[in-house]
Design a protein around this ligand. Structure first.
Ligand SMILES: Nc1ncnc2c1ncn2[C@@H]1O[C@H](COP(=O)(O)OP(=O)(O)O)[C@@H](O)[C@H]1O
Ligand SMILES: [Mg+2]
Length: 214
């Protein structure tokens, strides 16, 4: 049983998109027993799963008390519990960090986003200090544009964060990913080369993530 949380106190970095695709990939392609926690009061992940008529159980938990108390119970009966963290909720993010095995931080390649990422890394470190090293933590570059200086600079910044693994996979900004929610789908359900590229990036990312918990 592994608990894996996508967190970042900034909105729009790809937490819900990554959580949904990861949970769906684990359940359908890896045949693992998966449950999901939607920790964002906006409930975008819950609505997305509902629109897909997915069989993956989703539990909405937003208060720090509920997250602390219910995450271990939900994790007991599954192979993977995937948590979609909300934005700007430091108490809830702290609660997730006290319970998760692995925290994944999607970061966008701008100065503002990298600063927000550093704020979230600070919370990670606080939890690691209390929990004697746990949770493991990793960052990846999300919604990057190909061949840009911002992207190259951001990779260099992410690689320098101590004790946080910089994942090699970069998830690029793709119209197919942006379209998937509105189409009640994942990128695996959409046609076209853009969707296939996005699916390949997600698959590579998720395999990297699994190596961190196996
Ligand atoms: N790789 C991507 N390419 C294009 N659009 C993306 C990508 N990842 C996320 N998005 C879009 O960006 C917005 C924010 O993503 P979301 O997953 O909701 O972020 P968060 O949960 O961190 O707030 C959504 O409209 C989503 O469709
Ligand atoms: Mg979200």
């Amino acid at each position: 049983m592994s608990i894996i949380a996508f967190i970042n106190q900034k909105g729009g970095t790809g937490k819900s998109t990554s959580s949904l695709h990861f949970a769906h990939w684990l359940a359908t392609q890896q045949k693992r027993k998966v449950s999901v926690v939607d920790a964002d009061p906006q409930r975008s992940l819950s609505r997305w799963f509902a629109s897909m008529e997915s069989h993956i159980p989703v539990t909405a938990l937003t208060s720090a008390d509920d997250l602390l108390e219910k995450i271990p119970v939900l994790a007991e009966s599954v192979d993977f519990l995937v948590i979609d963290g909300g934005a700007s909720l430091s108490e809830a993010t702290r609660a997730i960090l006290f319970r998760t095995d692995l925290a994944i931080l999607p970061c966008q390649p701008s100065k503002l986003d990298l600063d927000a990422c550093a704020d979230t890394v600070r919370l990670v470190r606080q939890a690691q200090s209390v929990r004697k090293g746990a949770p493991k933590a990793a960052v990846f570059l999300s919604r990057a544009q190909k061949n840009t200086k911002l992207k190259t600079e951001a990779i260099a910044v992410l690689q320098k964060i101590p004790d946080v693994t910089a994942l090699k996979t970069i998830v690029h900004q793709k119209q197919s990913v942006a379209d998937s929610f509105g189409q009640a789908a994942t990128v695996w359900d959409l046609s076209g080369s853009g969707a296939a590229d996005a699916a390949a990036e997600f698959e590579q990312l998720f395999k990297e993530i699994l190596r961190l918990v196996s």
